[in-house]
Design a protein around this ligand. Structure first.
Ligand SMILES: C[S@@+](CC[C@H](N)C(=O)[O-])C[C@H]1O[C@@H](n2cnc3c(N)ncnc32)[C@H](O)[C@@H]1O
Length: 281
């Protein structure tokens, strides 16, 4: 594992950022007015609590306090993206930096093969929790690909049942910001090489230079949350959407702030970012 992967890992080998967004999903799933249901999120959180250090736990609680609304709106948007892409002919779904994403076990994907890219230590944790919960894939198949999302994942995918000739829905959810610009561009270039026409890629974007200033200040000054914010490397950056558009992708942008009201949950803290769906020309 390289240095940046190690930096995002907890003492237990499961990424602390992955546990944080999963905690938000567990809280959302328990609400009467939930905007999605992740039946495994609470099991992941419970298992993580037994292995995380107290300081790690405190930091992810602080992070969730700040970024709950963003995490759950993003989850719902990506859920819809995956289902619509699969219905539209993307019969492969690749979750890059899959973390504790349980979409292969909770979304109706009977005609799609799901590939999860993550580190070996992540899958050791994740697959034990899923097995203990008796989880069965709701996708046609689920394949684990042990690799860094920006490292050798393309070669590892090629060694699996993945077929670059079939249109693919690629999910880069909460992953690019933890990579440097060079790593993020490398990842998107690899995705492009493996994408048949009609393939789609979803990622989050902000056209402000650097992190959203309000969120960045909160993340730095809220005790504990700084532990996660210091992991952010910036990803594709403010030019990311244009950079992707210049490399053979057609771009569709959705304002994150517009989704809150659409999902019945308006929230000022959603402003300042976009979701990008890129379709391979
Ligand atoms: C915020 S989590 C998101 C996880 C998942 N996409 C989801 O939405 O549930 C970020 C993920 O990226 C992974 N990640 C970030 N940088 C990485 C790297 N250099 N190598 C391996 N994994 C990395 C983390 O371990 C974690 O699983």
């Amino acid at each position: 594992m390289n240095a940046s992967a190690a930096a995002t890992n907890t003492q237990a080998g499961v990424g602390i950022t992955a546990v944080a967004v999963t905690m938000a999903r567990a809280m959302e799933s328990a609400r009467a007015d939930r905007m999605f249901h992740d039946p495994y999120a609470q099991s992941f959180v419970d298992a993580a609590e037994t292995v995380l250090g107290a300081d790690e736990w405190a930091s992810l609680v602080a992070w969730v306090d700040l970024f709950y609304s963003r995490g759950v709106v993003r989850t719902r948007f990506v859920d819809d993206f995956v289902c619509e892409a699969a219905a539209g002919g993307c019969t492969q779904v690749v979750l890059l930096g899959a973390g504790l994403d349980a979409r292969a076990f909770r979304l109706p994907l009977p005609d799609a093969d799901v590939f999860e890219v993550g580190t070996p230590s992540l899958f050791a944790f994740k697959d034990k929790v899923l097995a203990d919960a008796g989880a069965l894939p709701t996708s046609r198949s689920r394949t684990v690909v042990r690799a860094d999302p920006h490292g050798d994942f393309a070669a590892r995918l090629a060694d699996s049942a993945f077929d670059p000739g079939r249109p693919t829905a690629w999910v880069a959810e909460g992953v690019l910001p933890y990579l440097t610009a060079e790593q993020a561009r490398h990842l998107v270039n690899d995705v492009g090489r493996l994408s048949a026409p009609g393939s789609r890629l979803v990622f989050e974007h902000s056209d402000k230079p650097g992190p959203d200033p309000r969120a960045a200040v909160s993340a730095r000054t809220t005790p504990g949350a700084d532990r996660i914010s210091t992991m952010v490397r910036g990803g594709l950056g403010a030019e990311g959407r244009d950079w992707v558009a210049a490399r053979g992708w057609s771009i569709e942008t959705t304002e994150r702030g517009a989704l809150g009201p659409l999902y019945g949950r308006p929230d000022d803290r959603l402003a300042g970012g976009q979701f990008v769906i890129a379709t391979r020309d």
